[in-house]
Design a binder for this molecule. Structure first.
Ligand SMILES: [Zn+2]
Length: 244
């Protein structure tokens, strides 16, 4: 192959490769202890991420309000809606009333200063409702799904893009991360090799803000994760490009 053609082929192939392995970092439940460490790391590493925030937490203190303002001011950070009340962790009750769900989500929009169309994640539900992507929470048993499934189309039509997730950096009851960074990276490698994502070549990684507090060495762990993923050639996507 002539040298120039080979070069052009390589150049053409590289973005396709990067675009084929894209990770979407998402952090739920903030602002909480841990949120400022997340923002520090995202700024230092210059990677995009989405923080799905809880309206009630945003109102809890002046410090939390400042964290929302700081997150919204960062160009690579998207602040998303994760409801006002987080269902008060009574999911069955919460999801029995679709209009109540919408009202709670709209209340969070007002508190967080978000205007439609808003990127959102419903509390405790791995559900997608996007223009070209739709998926229900397959972790719910059929009986439970039938009984408490709200009208997700109605929620989405009320001004929300709903995102679930493909993989989770799990935490224990205290909020401490379960997998080591190395273990998580090997899980991600494996999933890109053999797994199936909601959208091909795109992995939404679920994490929670509380995991990154100082007591759990959050800043170091998140930095190590992002550095390792960069070294392995993964791209980091903004949530706005996920459904393309
Ligand atoms: Zn949550």
């Amino acid at each position: 192959m002539p040298l120039l053609l080979a070069l052009l082929t390589m150049l053409a192939a590289f973005p396709a490769y990067a675009a084929d392995r894209t990770i979407y970092l998402t952090f739920d439940d903030g602002p909480l202890n841990g949120t400022s460490n997340i923002l520090d790391v995202l700024e230092a590493q210059q990677v995009p991420a989405t923080l799905f925030m809880v309206g009630m937490h945003a109102q809890a203190s002046a410090g939390n309000k400042a964290l929302v303002r700081r997150a919204k001011a960062l160009p690579l950070v998207t602040v998303g809606n994760h409801s006002y009340s987080h269902a008060n962790n009574r999911y069955q009750h919460f999801y029995a009333d679709t209009e109540g769900v919408v009202a709670d989500m709209l209340r969070a929009n007002a508190v967080l200063g978000l205007a439609p169309a808003v990127h959102a994640r419903l509390p405790g539900r791995d559900v997608f409702r996007l223009p070209s992507t739709s998926k229900n929470d397959t972790s719910l048993g059929l009986a439970q799904e039938g009984r408490e499934e709200p009208d997700y189309e109605f929620v989405a039509a009320s001004g929300f893009y709903l995102y679930g997730w493909d993989h989770e950096w799990v935490h224990d009851d205290t909020g401490k991360p379960v997998q080591s960074v190395d273990h998580l990276v090997s899980e991600i490698d494996h999933l890109f090799g053999y797994g199936r994502f909601v959208k091909r070549g795109k992995m939404i990684l679920l994490m929670h803000d509380e995991m990154f507090q100082d007591g759990f060495d959050g800043k170091t762990k998140l930095t190590r994760l992002i550095t390792a993923l960069k070294q392995r050639g993964y791209a980091f996507g903004t949530i706005q490009s996920y459904d393309d």
